[in-house]
Write a protein that binds this ligand. Structure first.
Ligand code: PRP
Ligand code: URA
Length: 208
C-alpha cells in the first residue's frame, strides 16, 4: 500500500482525542482542522517554488515563494468541509470546489448530488479532502469526475483510511497519492472503519 501516513507524535495524540466517543463536537471539529493542516504541509512537500528578491530591513535577499493560484481544494460534502478550515489557514489563495456525495446505506455506493468547480480547474493541482476513506467509493467517484474535467494532478487527504479503501483507490487511480493520519484495521459489515471514529459527518456537525 502506497499511502503516506503521518507518524508525528502530536498527530497520534490528536487522533486519540477524536477517536474517543466522549469527545464533543467543538473539540472534534477543531482537531479535524488541525490534522488537516499537518496533512496539507506533508502533501505540499513536493511543491515547486519560485525565487524572487525581497528587501528585508537589513538588505536585499533571494527568497522562495509558492504560487497558491496553481492549487484547488475539493472537499467531499459534508465531512470534507470539516478539513477545509485547516487548509485555507495555510493556503488562503487556493480556489475551492465542492463535490456532494452521500453513501447509500444499503449498497454503500456513493450518490452524487452536487458538483461545482472553479472554471480553470483543469489547470490546477487538486487536493481532495475527506476525513474517512472507507470502501473508497466516494474518493474514486470524485477523482473520476475531476479527471473528466481535465485535472491532471490530484492528491487525496484523509484522517483515517481503511486498508480496503486504500487498495481500491490505488487500483482505480494509481496516479493519486494518498495522505492519511492513520491506517486502521478493517471495515465492518456495514462499511464503517474499525476502530475508526464513527460517522465523521455526524461528529463534525453534531447531527447525531
Ligand atoms: C462518509 C465520509 C466519506 C464516505 C466514505 O460520508 O465522509 O465521504 O462516507 O465512505 P466510502 O469510502 O465507503 O465512500 P457520508 O456518505 O456518511 O456523508 P456525509 O459526509 O454527508 O456524512
Ligand atoms: N464514513 C464515516 O463517516 N465513517 C466511517 O467509518 C466510514 C464511512
Amino acid at each position: 500500500m502506497n499511502a503516506i501516513v503521518l507518524t508525528n507524535p502530536i498527530i497520534q495524540h490528536k487522533l486519540s482525542i477524536i477517536r474517543n466517543k466522549n469527545t464533543g463536537t467543538k473539540e472534534f471539529r477543531e482537531i479535524i482542522g488541525e490534522i488537516a493542516t499537518f496533512l496539507c504541509y506533508e502533501a505540499m512537500s513536493d511543491a515547486k517554488l519560485q525565487t524572487i528578491e525581497v528587501e528585508t530591513p537589513m538588505g536585499t535577499t533571494k527568497v522562495k515563494t509558492l504560487d497558491e493560484n496553481q492549487y484547488a481544494f475539493v472537499p467531499i460534502l459534508r465531512a470534507g468541509t470539516g478539513m477545509l478550515d485547516g487548509l485555507v489557514k495555510v493556503m488562503p489563495n487556493a480556489k475551492i470546489g465542492h463535490v456532494g456525495l452521500y453513501r447509500n446505506e444499503e449498497t454503500l455506493k456513493p450518490v452524487r448530488y452536487y458538483y461545482k468547480m472553479p472554471q480553470d480547474i483543469a489547470n490546477r493541482e487538486v487536493i481532495v479532502l475527506d476525513p474517512m476513506l472507507a470502501t473508497g467509493g466516494s474518493a474514486i467517484d470524485t477523482i473520476t469526475m475531476l479527471k473528466e474535467d481535465g485535472v491532471k494532478k490530484i492528491k487525496f487527504l484523509c484522517i483515517i483510511a481503511a486498508p480496503e479503501g486504500i487498495l481500491k483507490l490505488q487500483e482505480q487511480h494509481q496516479d493519486v497519492q494518498i495522505y492519511t493520519a492513520a491506517v486502521d484495521e478493517k471495515l465492518n459489515d456495514i462499511g464503517y472503519i474499525v476502530p475508526g471514529l464513527g460517522d465523521a459527518g455526524d461528529r463534525i456537525f453534531g447531527t447525531k
